[in-house]
Design a protein around this ligand. Structure first.
Ligand code: GLA
Length: 729
């Protein structure tokens, strides 16, 4: 059993293999957070001794206990307006205009299995792999009930959180904040890491000290965004890859989100994570429920590496779904950087013929195959084939590609519309805009109002028609702008604040419908590269195009940051041409390949520009990926260097039985007469002998982990590192 309940003291203890989480309902029914960290084996309530802190008020029933204050105590799901002045997890405006909530414990339920969430993605597990604890809270004055849900996957050291807010009263209530997670941390966390970036440079880790006040990492763009990712790590100054304790939290949500940390007057840290409250205002009518997205947490006492392993396994085995969840992914070639909009069916077939000869499995026809789309000014929304470009249509093209022994995939950007499109001319009211204002254009395009069921129906029908019209095995689901101008004719003026979240619900509904109707199609997410790289999207699409930056050197930073929470199999990564189209940088072909292989591997270049020698190299790389792909996707991933500060980026894959080890990376610069770099391996069997394929030498696991191995002598800039060790039987 991973959850134990002491009915008398109302103490709830959640245990995983290597962590423990505790909270209790006190004598006033207030739910106090007691612990999240190492296994401690006793109630941590004794730490809840607080002084009388001036200007921190006391709940009425506490009478003259001036040391009992909601403003200082660690709380499980704090509310607005009743004496806790720190950031709250939930706020509501009642029919009399007041906004106080005071949630008190009213019961619990414990059952085997993992709860799911209506209309939203959530971690799933078999009944023997997980338990669910539900805690019931009731507002002392109104008929608002809150159910806090905890899902426990003990083997993975994972605890999930979600809340259901229900209005059991007669009148509507307006929710203005409904977070998924609040965590009042024990006092030994004083740093945090968030993942920031921009288009073509996503998920760069930034480690900062906590500072008094509120720190925030959030998106108000309608998507999880390039600029911030809905993931966060809390740690202390000593925490490294392999040592020290840290807590990771990941929000399973693809829309605007907020992660806030308040470091309070007593140097306590409170983390609150959920839908971004700034644009959120949700009417909860009598009898209705609101479901928050899920937050996924893990604790590690062995540094970031263990945290990442926990999240990787969870995302891969308990979030990603469908046929391709654990299956070998096809090696694909995408025509975007090869042709951009300038192609016809002959050009595409020419790429396919050459790719087939090299062993590529799938050709992806990117943007430009539909409507009147010869540049990015027009055509979005017109999901019918442009037969001027693809003469004979998609069915014929797919057949021709199939006859080469390859499969066929297609790009869509379903959520968008160009003003110059048949769809917009017919349904201008389907684009998101505020009636009295001009809408903001971005990449010349507007966003479709997918809160409108008619729009979703149109998209389902038009995409289904295309999918039925040809043998299509893959869809790239793109989304190329941030959203503003929030307004929908489908909601009353008072309810416009529901639109950003309803947009995400509409997106999930459409994805669910399409992935269910076409279970054999591999869906890859994308948003100008990695602008919507989150666990919510991974529930529908087991891989996401990681970044529009395909430069191998830049990718080491992007993929390093991405790896803290997301598994390698989720990371869309391609070998592209040099000079690189985003940076002009020239890197060796082998370097581009080892970097792209740390992902769901593919190519994105004009094969006509490759020499015969390079083509032979591509052929070998594909054979290689087919051989090592399982180690790369199923193995444990180790970050052996920090590409932000080190002179090289090196990472390692180790099979679960520790017998196969692959070390890959890039040495950024070659310096003459310098000491050869040493890299220390991790995760090996200390006693085992490992043979290095490249030189035939045998090394003890312990030697490789403690002493390390000399990295290959580099020549030129961006030299590849590629070392394969096998344990001797
Ligand atoms: C986005 C994607 C690219 C490509 C283009 C097409 O930028 O990230 O990979 O599909 O759109 O317009």
């Amino acid at each position: 059993m991973s959850v134990t309940v002491n009915e008398k003291s109302k103490l709830f203890v959640i245990e995983t293999d290597n962590s423990e989480y505790q909270f209790s309902a006190d004598e006033y029914g207030v739910l106090r957070h007691l612990w999240y960290g190492e296994r401690v084996g006793m109630s941590m309530e004794y730490l809840c001794e607080y002084p009388d802190v001036g200007f921190s008020g006391n709940i009425y029933e506490a009478e003259n206990r001036r040391s009992y204050s909601l403003d200082t105590l660690p709380l499980e799901y704090p509310c607005t307006g009743t004496g806790d002045y720190r950031i709250s997890a939930v706020s509501a405006v009642h029919c009399d205009g007041s906004n106080a909530l005071d949630l008190r414990y009213s019961g619990y339920r414990l059952y085997d299995g993992k709860y799911s969430i209506e209309g939203l993605p959530a971690v799933y597990a078999d009944d023997n792999e997980a338990q669910t604890l539900e805690i019931y809270l009731k507002d002392s004055a109104s008929d608002i009930m809150v159910t806090l849900k905890y899902g426990v996957l003990p083997k993975l050291d994972i605890i999930t959180r979600s809340a259901v807010i229900e209005n059991k009263g007669e009148s509507s209530v307006i929710l203005t904040n409904a977070a998924s997670l609040c965590l009042d941390m024990p006092r030994d966390y004083n740093e945090w890491i968030h993942f920031h970036g921009r288009h073509t440079l996503e998920r760069i880790p930034e480690r900062l000290p906590l500072a008094h006040g509120i720190l925030e990492s959030s998106s108000r763009r309608g998507t999880s965004s390039h600029q911030q990712n809905p993931t966060v790590i809390l740690c202390n100054g000593e925490c490294t890859e392999t040592n020290g304790k840290c807590i990771g939290a990941m929000l399973m949500y693809s829309g605007s989100f907020s992660t806030k940390i308040e470091y309070d007057q007593l140097e306590q840290a409170r983390l609150v994570m959920g839908i971004d409250p700034e644009l959120f205002r949700w009417e909860l009518k009598s009898g209705e429920k609101f479901f928050t997205p899920e937050a996924v947490m893990s604790f590690s006492q062995n540094g970031f590496e263990k945290l990442s392993h926990n999240f990787h396994k969870t995302v891969r085995e308990h979030i990603c779904r469908g046929k391709y969840k654990l299956a070998e992914r096809p090696v694909l070639i995408n025509n975007w950087e090869a042709t951009y909009f300038d192609f016809d069916e002959n050009k595409i077939l020419n790429i396919a013929e050459q790719a087939a000869a090299l062993g590529v499995d799938l050709l992806v026809l990117d943007d430009g195959w539909f409507g009147k789309r010869n540049d990015d000014c027009s055509g979005l929304g017109d999901w019918f084939v442009n037969t001027n470009k693809i003469k004979g249509g998609l069915g014929k093209l797919a057949e021709n590609i199939k006859s080469l022994g390859m499969r066929f995939g297609l790009w869509f950007e379903p959520e968008m519309v160009s003003e110059d499109s048949e769809l917009y001319r017919t349904h201008p009211e389907w684009a998101i805009k505020i009636p009295s204002r001009y809408p903001v254009r971005s990449r010349y395009q507007l966003v479709l109002d997918i809160t409108n069921p008619d729009v979703r129906e149109y998209l389902f029908e038009s995409m289904s028609n295309i999918l039925k019209s040809a043998d299509i095995s893959y869809i790239k689901w793109d989304m190329n702008r941030s959203i503003c101008d929030w307004y929908t004719p489908c909601l009353s003026s008072e309810n416009q604040g529901e639109m950003p979240h309803r947009y995400v619900l509409g997106l999930y509904e459409l994805l669910e419908r399409l992935t269910t109707a076409f279970p054999n199609v591999l869906f890859e997410g994308c948003s100008g590269g990695g602008g919507r790289f989150d666990a919510g999207m991974l529930y529908y699409c087991p891989q996401i195009w990681c970044s529009d930056d395909t430069d191998a050197y830049e990718r080491t930073k992007i993929q390093y940051g991405t790896s803290f929470f997301y598994p390698i199999s989720a990371v869309g990564s391609h070998v592209s041409a040099v000079p690189n189209h985003q940076t002009g940088r020239i890197t060796p072909m082998e370097t581009r390949a080892v970097t792209a292989m740390a992902g769901s591997f593919g190519y994105e270049l004009d094969l006509n520009t490759l020499s015969d020698k390079e083509k032979q190299e591509v052929k070998k790389q594909i054979v290689r990926f087919k051989k090592d792909g399982s180690l790369i996707h199923n193995g444990l991933y180790y970050r052996l260097s920090d590409p932000m500060t080190d002179k090289f980026a090196v990472w390692e894959f180790v099979s679960e039985d520790r017998s196969e080890v692959l070390v890959n990376g890039i040495i950024f610069r070659t310096e003459p007469n310098c000491t050869q770099y040493i890299i220390k391996l991790r995760g090996l069997l200390p006693e085992a002998d490992y043979r290095l394929a490249e030189n035939g030498e045998v090394y003890k696991g312990s030697a490789l982990m403690n002493g390390g191995i000399l990295m290959p002598k580099s020549w030129g800039d961006y030299a590849p590192v590629d070392m394969h060790f096998t344990a001797e039987a």
